[in-house]
Design a protein around this ligand. Structure first.
Ligand SMILES: NC(=O)c1ccc[n+]([C@@H]2O[C@H](COP(=O)([O-])OP(=O)(O)OC[C@H]3O[C@@H](n4cnc5c(N)ncnc54)[C@H](OP(=O)(O)O)[C@@H]3O)[C@@H](O)[C@H]2O)c1
Length: 247
């Protein structure tokens, strides 16, 4: 998918929500989506970071984004309902939803895994994507062509040692993606897929392998075309798939 070429106005008139938009891959993806015409809703927990990416997008002359500060770890049912209400009032629909935010605090053997951390990681990486998708289904249904994208990781598929709750949550999210794709395949405009960015120079990999030089990892800019493909009209009809961004 790394060779996919997106036309410049690929996402014109599309409203896309990106979680974890303040840093790492989410930040780069949000900016790239906006440069291709999307109105991007920047959801994240650190307002300062969201403001920085907001300014970058505005200065680039792309459609004006929106900031939605939300801590996915502590959000309750009302917070999700409030988000849906705000988006309904501001935009009336949603064309794209990218589950990108992640909580990962490093590699640990299961025998020593902190129990509180286990719950927190499952909350951000598995429960939040479920709660967010559930809350926003009504708005996604109002789109002519809506795309929900989860973020996969091979560490989960391979059951890699020491990846703990993060890998378990990503495995759960893969199943969630497939269930949603099956349930929404008929009579809705919503497709549901996952993107596997592969290892790139961004927060997760840098925290997993702190001793290795950052230059060892793929430049995250090189995987962005796969996000454009999945969130734009060229992937219409594709659902229930895992797209490998570096293949
Ligand atoms: N990097 C890789 O090589 C790689 C490989 C495979 C898969 N992935 C996947 O790609 C995605 C992005 O990874 P990344 O490396 O870019 O991660 P990252 O640099 O750590 O960024 C994660 C983002 O999630 C946000 N976040 C964390 N907890 C949150 C919470 N409770 N509420 C709201 N937002 C929260 C962070 O906010 P703050 O900025 O406020 O901390 C940050 O913006 C993840 O889903 C990851 O699993 C990455």
């Amino acid at each position: 998918m790394k060779d996919y070429q997106a036309v410049i106005d690929l996402l014109r008139n599309r409203v896309v929500l990106v979680t974890g938009a303040g840093d790492g891959l989410g930040r780069l993806v949000a900016r790239r989506l906006a440069l291709h015409g999307a109105t991007v809703i920047l959801l994240g927990r650190t307002i300062r970071k969201l403001e920085q990416i907001y300014d970058e997008i505005e200065q680039a002359g792309a459609p004006k984004p929106a900031i939605y500060p939300m801590n996915l770890e502590g959000a309750n049912a009302k917070d999700y309902a409030d988000l849906a209400q705000v988006l309904e009032t501001e935009f009336g629909r949603l064309d794209g939803l990218l589950h990108n935010a992640t909580l990962f605090e490093g590699l640990t053997p299961l025998a020593n895994y902190d129990i509180e951390l286990w719950y927190r990681v499952l909350q951000v990486n598995l429960n939040a994507p479920f709660l967010l998708t559930r809350a926003l289904l009504g708005l996604l249904n109002r789109s002519a062509d809506a795309s929900v994208v989860f973020t996969a990781d091979r560490a989960s598929e391979e059951g890699r040692a020491y990846w703990g709750a993060y890998a378990a949550a990503k495995g759960g999210a893969e199943t969630l993606m497939k269930i949603l794709a099956s349930e929404l395949e008929t009579n809705t405009p919503i497709r549901v897929n996952s993107i596997d960015p592969g290892q790139v120079r961004a927060g997760l990999t840098l925290r997993a392998y702190p001793g290795r030089p950052a230059t060892e990892w793929t430049d995250p800019e090189a995987v962005l075309s796969a996000y454009l493909y999945l969130l734009g009209p060229d992937s219409k009809g594709v659902t229930g798939q895992i797209v490998r961004a570096q293949d």
